[in-house]
Structure formats: C-alpha cells, structure tokens
Write a protein that binds this ligand. Structure first.
Ligand code: FAD
Length: 455
C-alpha cells in the first residue's frame, strides 16, 4: 500500500477534518505528522506553550501515532516523505501570508522529488477569496461581506472517513509522540476540551444572552472559543451547524454570535486578497499621519504594555493580557485606541505586543482589528472615533468589578468610582500610578493630526 503524510498545522483535531478524510480515502496508509517549527515556537511566547498542549492532546487522540519532528518544514516534510516513501502530503489549505509562503516552498521541494502537496479545506467556514461581489471584487466593508457570506452558507461538517489505514512502518529514530513537555499551560487544550467549551457555552445559556451581555468584560459572557479556533481544535463549520440544528438557539444571541464569527472570516478574506496588509496600512489615506517616537514615547508604550497608564480600564485590560494571554474584545478596542490615539503610536507596535501575548494571536483578526481601531483598515470612516477610557469603562464595567479584579491598587475604591481615581480623595493611597497623559488633550491632538492628513 502506498503512503501519504497528513501534516497537521492550524487543524489540531480529528473530527470534521476534510484533509484527513481526503488522505484516508485516497486508498493510502496515512502517517500523521506535526512539525515543531522554531519560527513559531519562540519559547517566551505563551502561545508556544498553548500550541504544544494542543499537539500533545492531538497525539493522545491519535493513540501515539503522531510523528513530531523539529525543524524547518521545507526540510522536514520532504525528508520524512522520502523516508517512508510517501507520494502525497495532505494539508488543510493555509491562507495567511506566512503559511502560503511556507506551503509554496514545501510544495516546490516535494515537487522536485516527484511528490505532491494536496490542500483540502481551510480553517474557515467559507474559503478566503470565495465570497466576492457580483462583479467578482473582494469586499472591503464588513456588513455587505457578512450578508454575502451568510447567503453563501457553510458546508455541513465532514463525516469521519469510512476507514483509516494508519501507517505502521518504521519512522526512524525519532519517537512518534515526541511532544516536548508542557509545564506551564493549565487550561484545557485539544479537541475534546474545545468541544466541551462550546457545549458549556450553549448549555449555560450564554449563547441566548450573548447579544445582551457580550460587551461586558466584568461578566463571563463570551465563548473564549478564539483560542480553540486558533489551533483548529474546533472548526467554525461545526459551530455553525450546531446553531442551525437547534431551533431554540436561533435567538438574537445566536445571530449576533454568528455575525462575530463572520468578522473572523472577513479579516481572513481581506488578508487573503491583500497579504501586504498584515503589517502595512490597508488604506493609503493615513499613510502620512505623523506618529510619535523617541525615548519619551518608548516610556509611554512601556507603561501601556505593563498596564500602568493611570487609566484603570486600560490598565486592567493590559494586565489581563499579560496574566491570561486573553483579553475581552471591548478591552482590545479600548486599549488599542489608547495606544494609537492617546499616545499617537503606530498600530503595528501594539499589534506586535498583542501577538506576543495573546493565546489566540491571529495575524488576520489581530492586525485587522488593530487597523480597524487605528482607522487605517476596513472601517469606512473611523478616524474621528476616539474611545474615551472613562466613558467606555462606565458603560461596559458599570460596577467597576472588572477593574478591581485586575488592578489591586484600586481594590478599596467602591463601585464605578474606580474608573476615576483622580476624583477620589483616597484614589492613589495604594500606589496606583497617575495618568500618563490627559485624554481630552490627546483626543484633540489626534483629531487635529487626522484632519491635517485628510485635507
Ligand atoms: P466571542 O465573543 O465568543 O466570539 C466568538 C468568536 O467570533 C471568537 O472566538 C472569534 O473567533 C470571533 N470574533 C469575535 N469578535 C471578533 C472580531 N472583532 N474580529 C474577528 N473575530 C471575532 N481575535 C482573535 O481570534 N485573535 C486575535 O489575535 C485578535 N486580536 C484582536 C485585536 C484587536 C485590536 C481587536 C479589536 C480584536 C481582536 N480579535 C482577535 C477579535 C476579538 O477580540 C476576539 O476574537 C474575541 O475577543 C475572542 O473572545 P471570544 O472567543 O470569547 O469571542
């Protein structure tokens, strides 16, 4: 029997897995493999630990059949294919600039040996690039994209293959399940944990209340599925099919949740069409916007990174990011607005920090989320939107509980007063820092800069 490799990347699950089905049904024996690519496994990044935890869970669910090898995939994959005599390598199609470049290089290296890379499926409900306007153009604005994406629909989850013939030959000296130990990742990782997380979200009524509560960081109201989605432990197709098959879940909460998943699809689509927009402004209008730089700005950026800006809601979000590797969407917008509009810092500096710390760090959602806030991205006219940290805090953390959870120096300030320690006689009694800038002044400054370049 001939052999094929199944190379796992952002698809660390075995159910609803089109590439696995394609490999199994090609009539070959299948050797599953994961490559520990040093470019993605920077040890200081929390995401590396999370990834290894997920690979470990995948290895367990494959009963130890997973081959794990370290190195550059352009060497490892053709090398392993040669070792075991595999003619084909099955993958889930990659859509990010890095993934596309890597796969092109691996595909070319395999081709030189007379072997083939076969992509099937993507990490999205609709393959990026597929949903286009009637004239065949990509969508640039979310709402019409979401409408067309909804009309396009999502295929049902893929049933498991009728039979998988796993490769049982020799794979050389490297242990099959050589996943490095994961010492510091406490959360549940892997397909089963992801599935349970989704079931809990449905069962405890959070989906029904989602529309109402989703903007409240003080409540545990969102799914936190961004992390399992990042590693492909669950596919959005599975989520959408579950929602569609439960009429009782077709509430405004469910509709809103689907629309949030559409944002993920939208940003992947934008990045697919414009790979250059990963680290450069998508829209050229603000290219000449003056940004601040220099030692004083470095000091301010460091205060932002450490959660010591003196604006409690900003600091709470930034501290949650460092502690948990996750931040609520509302806080991502507030903290990104603060860096770009109150500190006048170019968005990639913030995007980099987020990617270094977020467990769900995703180049499309993160960098286009940043550009949306900065006004350089997909939103039509956002340059005048400057989030007020106090107004946002009063509206979305009305009792102040979220801030007190993350900023212990303000634990003694009751209720919503915690959002303005400068108005409290004892606000600075426990070492909370003073404001690094004055929001009203910086808002005026941001608007003046924008007006100047838009003229
Ligand atoms: P839920 O509210 O439960 O939403 C369900 C799912 O919908 C999410 O898991 C996510 O896949 C998707 N989703 C929700 N909101 C968005 C959105 N605005 N954009 C894209 N997808 C969305 N999301 C990431 O997955 N990775 C990132 O690196 C990332 N960086 C961001 C940076 C900034 C500056 C901003 C403003 C947003 C960013 N987001 C990112 C989007 C969003 O904040 C997170 O997806 C969300 O907070 C994850 O929490 P959740 O799973 O509980 O979301």
């Amino acid at each position: 029997m001939t052999v094929s490799l199944l190379w796992f990347r952002r698809d660390l699950r075995i159910s609803d897995h089109p590439a696995l089905v394609a490999a199994a049904e090609a009539g070959t024996s299948v050797l599953p493999v994961f490559v520990l690519d040093p470019r993605l496994l920077t040890p200081e990044r929390p995401r590396a630990r999370r990834l290894l935890a997920s690979v470990r869970a995948l290895a367990d669910s494959l009963d130890g059949r997973l081959v794990v090898r370290a190195g550059d995939p352009v060497d490892v994959i053709p090398g392993l294919a040669r070792e075991v005599g595999a003619d084909t390598v099955h993958v889930t199609r990659e859509t990010t600039p890095f993934g596309r470049r890597r796969d092109a290089a691996v595909g070319a290296a395999l081709g030189r040996d007379g072997r083939r890379l076969i992509p099937t499926g993507t990490p999205y409900a609709a393959e990026p690039g597929l949903v286009v306007t009637q004239s065949g153009e990509p969508y640039r604005v979310f709402t019409p994209f979401a409408r067309a994406w909804g009309a396009h629909g999502s295929p049902p989850p893929v049933p498991p293959p009728r039979r998988i013939s796993w490769f049982d030959g020799d794979v050389g000296p490297v242990a099959r399940a050589g996943v490095p130990a994961v010492d510091a990742y406490g959360g549940g990782a892997g397909e089963l944990a992801a599935r349970q997380q989704w079931i809990d979200f449905l069962a405890d009524g959070r989906l029904g209340r989602y529309d109402h509560d989703r903007d409240r960081p003080d409540l545990d109201a969102t799914s936190r599925l961004s992390i399992p989605l990042k590693y492909g432990e669950i596919h959005p197709r599975t989520i959408l099919a579950d929602i569609a098959s439960h009429p009782e879940d077709r509430t405004s909460g469910a509709a809103r949740f689907v629309s949030e998943l559409a944002w993920r699809e939208f940003y992947a689509d934008v990045l697919w069409h414009r790979p250059d927009s990963a680290w450069r402004d998508l829209r050229p209008e603000l290219t000449h916007l003056p940004y601040d730089a220099g030692p004083e700005t470095d000091r301010l950026v460091e205060a932002w990174r450490q959660g010591r800006t003196g604006y409690p809601i900003v600091d709470a979000g930034m501290r949650q990011l460092l502690a948990e590797g996750w931040m609520h969407n509302r806080l991502r917008m507030v903290t990104a607005s603060f860096l770009t509009k109150d500190l006048h810092v170019w968005w990639p500096i913030g995007a980099r920090h987020f990617l270094d710390h977020l467990l769900d760090g995703d180049i499309a959602s993160n960098n286009h989320g940043w550009q949306w806030v900065a006004g350089t991205g997909t939103d039509a006219a956002p340059y005048f939107r400057v989030f007020s940290p106090v107004r946002q805090a009063r509206r979305f953390d009305p009792l102040g509980d979220y801030v007190r959870r993350w900023v212990p120096e303000l634990g003694h300030v009751p209720g919503a007063a915690v959002h303005e320690p400068w108005s409290q006689p004892n606000g600075y009694d426990h070492g909370y820092p003073r404001r690094v800038v004055d929001h009203d002044d910086e808002r005026r400054e941001a608007l003046a800069r924008y007006r100047q370049v838009r003229r």
